[in-house]
Ligand binder design. Structure first.
Ligand SMILES: *Cc1c(COP(=O)(O)O)cnc(C)c1O
Length: 410
């Protein structure tokens, strides 16, 4: 899957300045402001002629180190770390969209992303065009001069839909539209989005990367491949930098929105990166094994997991994610009441939201994440009353299966 040597890239990142104590891990610089020897050096730093830090809303040494690690692992042009996945998504669209522009996306979106598009951005004159992203003709028909981007989740949560990235990427690039993908469900240690035509990747690092629910975080990974002279908003900057997007984001938007990652979080998430492939392989292998075994349990009506041969996205998922399409699955019981009874009887699996904690977590999406949506909205979003969403942790398959069996009333 992954063409780069993850560990050697990660461990090979050196500090930009020697640490006086020879610290092996990057120190946590809880510094806010940075002092200069001369006014001229200060001018150079503030005007972007040197890389010195000035103020920690803009850059911080510990956060910059974490960004550099991700740059090395992914081969990206620019990485920006923010204090949540939602901060990353909102920073992207405040950089790209303009009043009168439109975003092409699916109704199958993480709840807050949906609300950000429909409630927040619409107030600034940005139109959201929902369509079926697994239907390239429909996508092509919705693109016009005002389209600032297509946004999708590589595996939608909780419907588990998978669009063909290569097909969408080539269609979009012909029309001068960037492909932005939320890859939170399959980490970059396993799936390198740029190889499938993704221009900008966004990740909630709260999930796999934090190393077991230690902290909130978000990443914007710009592969520097898109020709921004084709973007109505960014074309005037396209001559100034290899990526007008990254330039505008770092010079203006992220400073103005003020949601940069904090140094303590960057330290925790940098440690998370060191164990990411190990943890992902374990989470994902357990998820695969559970999905296969759940299909034969009495009381379970249906199991949805892209790695099962009967799944409608099996082929495209296999091409994109190989044997390990994430560590989340959903299954349906006979009714909402059966779901609640099942949830209340679980012992090992925790009733909680979040994904890819070291503990397995379960919830009933219709009554929680989508609880404040109307039944009609839930229906158009594909959220059913009978579905449970399981985020698979690091416990053994046998213990998880035993808990599920006893909760089903075996
Ligand atoms: C959790 C999540 C987000 C939002 O991330 P936060 O870090 O909670 O802000 C965005 N997209 C997906 C797919 C998620 O699972």
């Amino acid at each position: 899957m992954h063409k780069k040597e993850y560990e050697s890239e990660l461990m090979g990142v050196s500090f930009p300045k020697d640490d006086p104590y020879g610290s092996l891990s990057m120190p946590v610089y809880h510094a806010l402001s940075y002092e200069f020897k001369t006014a001229a050096e200060m001018e150079d730093a503030f005007c972007g002629r040197t890389q010195e830090h000035t103020y920690s809303r803009v850059t911080n040494p510990t956060v910059a180190y974490f960004e550099e690690q991700i740059k090395k692992i992914t081969g990206a042009y620019g990485v920006t770390a923010l204090n949540s996945g939602m901060a990353a998504i909102s920073n992207i669209f405040f950089t790209l969209a303009w009043s009168g522009s439109n975003i092409i996306t699916s109704r199958h979106l993480f709840g807050n992303t949906y609300s950000f598009f429909v409630n927040t951005l619409s107030a600034f004159g940005v139109e959201v065009r929902f369509c079926d992203l697994t239907n390239p003709e429909e996508v092509a028909a919705r693109i016009d001069e005002g389209t600032c981007a297509l946004f999708l989740e590589v595996i939608t949560n909780p419907q588990m839909e998978v669009a063909d990235l290569e097909v969408l990427g080539s269609l979009l690039h012909e029309r001068g539209v960037p492909l932005i993908a939320d890859t939170t469900l399959v980490p970059f240690s396993h799936f390198l989005a740029v190889d499938f035509g993704v221009d900008i990747e966004v990740v909630s690092s709260t999930k796999y990367i934090s190393g077991g629910a230690t902290s909130l975080g978000g990443l914007i990974i710009d592969y520097g491949r898109f020709d921004w002279s084709r973007s109505a908003r960014l074309k005037s900057l396209a001559g100034d930098s290899p990526s007008a997007f990254h330039f505008k984001l770092r010079r203006e938007i992220h400073r103005n929105l003020g949601a940069y990652m904090t140094p303590g979080v960057a330290y925790q998430q940098s440690l998370g990166l060191e164990t990411l492939p190990l943890r992902y392989n374990r989470h994902a292998a357990t998820c695969r094994s559970l999905a296969e075994q759940l299909t034969s349990l009495p009381g379970i009506v249906e199991v949805t997991y892209n790695g099962l041969p009967g799944n409608p996205y099996y082929g495209v998922s296999r091409r994109q994610f190989g044997d390990y399409p994430g560590a989340m699955l959903t299954f349906d019981l006979i009714s909402k009441e059966a779901c609640f009874r099942f949830l209340d009887r679980l012992v090992l699996i925790r009733r909680a939201t979040n994904l890819f904690d070291n503990r397995s977590l379960i919830l009933h999406p219709a009554s929680t994440i989508y609880g404040s949506f109307t039944p009609g909205q839930r229906e158009t979003m594909g959220i059913k009353e009978t579905t449970l969403r399981l985020s698979v942790g690091l416990e053994s398959v046998d213990s998880l299966l035993a808990d599920i069996r006893q909760a089903l009333g075996d």
